[in-house]
Write a protein that binds this ligand. Structure first.
Ligand SMILES: C[S@@+](CC[C@H](N)C(=O)[O-])C[C@H]1O[C@@H](n2cnc3c(N)ncnc32)[C@H](O)[C@@H]1O
Length: 452
């Protein structure tokens, strides 16, 4: 295989551990159901991550879903070594890591129900990007779903200027610190760039607080390429994969994710590429998380309802009290009507409930579409989540104990495995301390399988 080294990904330092909830089959399948698309059973899914980094998400999902079979692929041997060590320490047997280049066509055999890739597509060259689309086309099961994260146009384009600054100091001993210093000085000096792009300042503040290794992977790579929806959808349509919606649930609901005037302009437009491009313009979208799948006949109304009724929902720790809500979105604060959210939060506050039961509550009777949107909004906001039947909680208990022990040695713990969610959940410092000391509230101990 001949390779252009300019396509090669940054290798200076290990990428930090992250957990992205959009990578969980439970999340993807419930968002797909909301969109009217049936997806493979999350509890038994075959799952693959392209560019898995140090495999943190793979480990959490493997522990939370013992019936799943997971594969993480990454080109960086150091990342794969860390990933394998963590999986072995927690005794996770349903998880494999492959060290290799996604451009290698013989990397893996078989098919996957879910293929995810996060933080890769915009940071690799065209050949790697095409290889990722080819891999997904070759390995996605007929009813499978791919979740693809990338930096998008037009909101992401401004950060090319950041990339240029970091790349200009890449040869210096501490390029991250040098780049951040130069950008901060320009902002303090009132540089026109920061005035023209008001979202660049908050991003710089975030970078100043982020681990330097994260900043290095973000901005020291040879490639930093915000992509347009049209380009990405084109890449996947050439591989016979169509766009089914966003993995970010509110972006599938115009009423809560678009300014009202822009929503009116976009409403009559049917072509997906134009609609999504205009939506990205309305929100000045900097990141996208898109779902792709093979073409399938759309479900009719009754079949869609039947699909939605297979799901049960519960509140997550820290969910707001019943009442009206304010959602902090890309377009600013959006009000959540108390007539919708008060009864929903009140019922879920009593314990998990199935979609069919929630449909009987006012104002949802005869309005399943409204309930569907309300639940997707709560999912996005972190207030509610689908509940899965719990299989064996032991792997979650083992992994979570191991992660809490790593935390005692100053390792980051971005999420713990939660078998009832089929996913992971981020916990604050106080909750992690309480869980480690065995004095957390019962619900937290149950969620994380740390009962003892
Ligand atoms: C920014 S990290 C993202 C890690 C993880 N997905 C996450 O979001 O936390 C990108 C990862 O892609 C991997 N990568 C880059 N090019 C690759 C290639 N050609 N084949 C396989 N992995 C690759 C890198 O080694 C790196 O671990």
């Amino acid at each position: 295989m001949t390779r252009d080294p300019a396509q090669d990904y940054f290798r200076g330092t290990a990428y930090p551990a992250f957990f992205h909830r959009e990578q969980a089959p439970a999340w993807i399948a419930s968002v797909a159901a909301a969109l009217g698309r049936a997806a493979p059973d999350p509890a038994r899914a075959r799952w693959c991550e392209i560019g898995c980094g140090q495999g943190y998400a793979a480990a959490v999902l493997a522990a939370a879903n013992p019936g799943m079979r997971l594969t993480g692929i990454d080109i960086d041997p150091g990342h794969i070594e860390t990933a394998r060590a963590r999986a072995a320490a927690a005794g996770l047997e349903n998880l494999d890591f492959i060290c290799g280049d996604i451009r290698d066509p013989g990397l893996v055999a078989g098919e996957f129900d879910y293929i995810v890739t996060h933080g890769v597509l915009s940071w690799v060259g065209d050949a790697v990007r095409s290889a990722i689309a080819d891999f997904i086309a070759r390995h996605l099961a007929p009813m499978g779903i791919a979740a693809v994260h990338y930096m998008s146009e037009p909101g992401g384009a401004a950060f090319r200027a950041f990339h240029e600054v970091f790349r200009s100091v890449a040869h210096r001993p501490d390029p991250v610190a040098e780049g951040l210093r130069a950008l901060s000085a320009m902002r303090d000096a009132g540089a026109g760039f920061f005035q023209l792009y008001p979202h660049a300042g908050p991003t710089l503040d975030k970078l100043l607080a982020d681990p330097p290794a994260y900043v290095a992977h973000e901005y020291l790579n040879a490639v930093f390429r915000p992509l347009s929806f049209r380009e990405v959808a084109g890449l996947f349509s050439a591989a016979d994969l169509g766009w089914i919606g966003s993995a970010t649930p509110i972006e599938n609901i115009d009423a809560v994710s678009l300014p009202a005037d822009a929503a009116q302009v976009i409403a009559p437009i049917r072509e997906i590429a134009l609609r999504e491009t205009l939506k990205d313009m309305a929100r000045n979208q900097a990141l996208r998380y898109d779902l792709f799948a093979r073409p399938a006949a759309p479900l009719d109304g009754p079949a869609h309802l039947d699909l939605l009724r297979r799901w049960s929902w519960r509140l997550l720790p820290g969910a707001p009290a019943p009442g009206g809500l304010v959602f902090q979105t890309r377009i600013g604060p959006v009000d959540g009507d108390a007539r919708i959210f008060r009864p929903l939060l009140a019922r879920l506050g009593e314990g998990p409930a199935g979609f069919a039961e929630l449909e009987r509550i006012q104002p949802f009777a005869g309005r399943p579409g409204l309930l569907n949107q309300a639940l997707q909004t709560l999912l996005w906001s972190g207030a509610a989540h689908p509940v899965l039947p719990v299989g064996d909680p032991a792997p979650s208990a083992r992994l979570n104990r191991h992660l809490l022990a790593e935390r005692a040695r100053d390792q980051a713990v971005p999420a713990l495995a939660c078998p009832a969610l089929g996913s992971g959940l981020a916990f604050g410092v106080a909750d992690l301390d309480a869980l480690a000391a065995g004095r957390a509230e019962r619900d937290l101990r149950q969620l994380t399988a740390l009962k003892g």
